[in-house]
Write a protein that binds this ligand. Structure first.
Ligand code: PLP
Length: 420
């Protein structure tokens, strides 16, 4: 079925789309449920806990579906309490959170922000939109997180901020980064888009830097379609963050009775999400522990099943350092070379299993080349992006699905014709 046909069906006369608790509900309304062990295994599938519609109905009954009502506040309070954040501001996406974070750094032309090239576009575009210059560092070959030795070498008197991303929900070396920032008077922004409910030395990711950015996009662990949050852990930044978020006005201070009228006081934008989004998201937060347990279980299953292949040097498994608590956001493998990586993805696709790779490193993307025509050499980034494959990972993935994926990888890697 091509995209157009799928779209037609979505708008067509089939059963209405009903959110609910997974396969049982879909079966009840006549939706597709593949028999165990057969059928397509998608790469990602957002999980619905079953309470999303209930919360949305409540939001509608409150007759306030704009921003900053009951559900927006409940979501923010949940994040602040559970993760020990200074202040959580719900926003429309992690991209929005990154843009606000960059604006809070007050970047001047020529000011540099050090980040990995191995990341999503928004990490760099947020800095550029705020007038700064991204400077790309290489990553470590084990965790695929920013190489702190190289960060240290890149710091100079134009550096204003460090922007590490926690790849796959595994923490960067935050102690070393915070110490560097302290020594050089830099702001640390954590891109914790993938790190919701993960921790480093028992501190939640997003709570460690001056600022932290979360994503609730459909592809992440806890979702509301499009959504995000900015954690403001430096109390000195909270007032301005609130203003930037609300179109550059001091409306929040007005609501709290701190000023007698609200007006335009700074250059902000519209970063406040709708109550509908936050009502949906609160249902996901309420099921956070169960959703996390399931992901951890599936991640460990992949790890156990693929250990023999790793022992024979045919794949490299992910590394989670002992001081990190991962949220099992991604299960990625490194194949031995690009040919094998492309081959294994094609082999899985032929068996209706959707595995993917990412990222095109930002320094070698068309926009990145415009930024620095002569980019620094980032050998680890260039090497691992050619070898990386991400396996299907979502709440409703079954043990049988994991077994099927692992068997297919095993067959491919051990075949004399294709494996190495
Ligand atoms: C997903 C992601 C983003 C963007 O998140 P949105 O909520 O889609 O804007 C930013 N950075 C990283 C590392 C991501 O994985």
């Amino acid at each position: 079925m091509n995209r157009e046909t799928a779209g037609e069906q979505d708008r067509g006369s089939g059963p209405p789309v009903v959110l609910g608790a997974g396969p049982a509900l879909r079966a009840a309304i006549g939706g597709a449920t593949a028999a165990e062990g057969t059928g397509r295994i998608p790469f990602n599938k957002p999980y619905m806990t079953g309470r999303e519609l209930f919360h949305i109905a409540q939001a509608v009954s409150f007759e306030n579906i704009a921003g900053d009502g009951y559900f927006t506040q409940e979501c923010a309070r949940f994040l602040e309490t559970r993760f020990g954040l200074g202040s959580a501001l719900m926003v429309t996406s992690c991209t929005a959170a990154l843009e606000m974070a960059a604006m809070l750094c007050d970047l001047q032309p020529g000011d540099e922000v050090i980040m990995p090239s191995f990341t999503f576009v928004s990490t760099a575009s947020a800095v550029m939109r705020a007038g700064g210059t991204p400077v790309f560092a290489d990553v470590r070959p084990d965790t695929l997180n920013i190489d702190v030795d190289q960060v240290e070498q890149l710091i100079n008197d134009r550096t204003r901020a460090l922007l590490p991303i926690h790849y796959a929900g595994v923490a960067c070396e935050m102690d070393r980064l915070m110490a560097l920032a302290d020594r050089h008077d830099l702001i640390v922004i954590e891109d914790a888009a993938q790190g919701v409910n993960a921790a480093h030395r028992s501190r939640a990711l997003g709570a460690i830097g001056h600022l932290g950015c979360y994503s609730f996009h459909d592809t992440k662990n806890f979702v509301c379609g499009e959504g995000g949050a900015l954690a403001v852990n430096d109390p000195a930044m909270i007032e301005r963050a609130e203003i930037l978020r609300d179109k550059g006005t001091n409306r929040r201070q007005f609501w709290r009775g701190e000023v007698d009228k609200y007006t335009w006081v700074d250059l902000g934008s519209s970063f406040v999400p709708s109550e509908i989004s936050c009502a949906f998201l609160l249902a996901q937060f309420e099921s956070m522990d169960a959703m996390q347990d399931r992901r951890d279980h599936l991640w460990n299953l992949y790890q156990d099943r693929l250990k023999p292949l790793a022992a024979d040097g045919l794949v490299t498994l992910p590394t989670v350092p002992a001081d990190c608590r991962s949220n099992s956001h991604i299960f990625q493998l490194l194949m031995n070379d690009e040919r094998t990586r492309d081959g294994v993805i094609a082999h899985l696709a032929a068996q209706d299993i959707h595995a993917v790779f990412h990222y095109v490193p930002l320094h070698s993307s068309p926009m990145g080349r415009k930024l620095t025509p002569d980019p620094a050499r980032l050998p680890v980034t260039d090497d691992i992006t050619g070898r990386l494959v991400r396996l299907p990972m979502y709440y409703e993935l079954t043990e049988a699905d994991v077994a099927r994926v692992c068997t297919a990888i095993d067959t491919y890697c051990r075949s004399p014709a294709t494996g190495r």
